[in-house]
Design a protein around this ligand. Structure first.
Ligand SMILES: CC(C)(COP(=O)(O)OP(=O)(O)OC[C@H]1O[C@@H](n2cnc3c(N)ncnc32)[C@H](O)[C@@H]1OP(=O)(O)O)[C@@H](O)C(=O)NCCC(=O)NCCS
Length: 99
């Protein structure tokens, strides 16, 4: 999703969803010249609105460090079950390796 002023791209947000259970929001970016004017909030509303009230298992995102308050004022809350792969460890203990 994009927001434009005339021919200028001023904000983006990307939604990845299966349309039924999960929606994730990525790449929420507002042009610095347009920040703190409500553009980010408007883009987020457009991104999230289609999924609210449809009994999705989750509507989620990863916040950039320090941007949590931006998402919190929209109703997002920290969630403790997220996990990120430690690629150095993949694919886990090697067969025969001592733990
Ligand atoms: C985070 C970002 C998308 C916010 O966009 P924005 O258009 O400036 O936000 P809005 O004007 O809609 O802000 C709405 C409210 O969110 C909060 N907010 C906005 N930016 C914030 C920030 N950087 N830190 C904390 N709270 C913030 C404020 O409560 C604000 O309300 P207020 O203006 O009445 O104080 C924008 O700062 C941005 O693009 N940053 C760089 C890219 C980035 O880090 N994106 C997030 C990736 S997870």
């Amino acid at each position: 999703m994009h927001a434009w002023e005339d021919q200028r791209l001023i904000a983006t947000a990307r939604v990845i969803t299966d349309g039924v259970y999960y929606a994730t929001i990525w790449d929420v970016i507002v042009d610095p010249d347009y920040q703190h004017r409500g553009v980010g909030r408007a883009v987020m509303r457009r991104a999230v609105e289609p999924f609210v009230g449809r009994n999705f298992s989750f509507i989620a995102l990863f916040s950039a460090e320090g941007k949590e308050p931006f998402y919190e004022q929209l109703g997002f809350r920290p969630h403790g079950r997220g996990m990120i792969l430690d690629e150095a460890w993949w694919p886990g203990p090697r067969e025969g390796a001592q733990e």
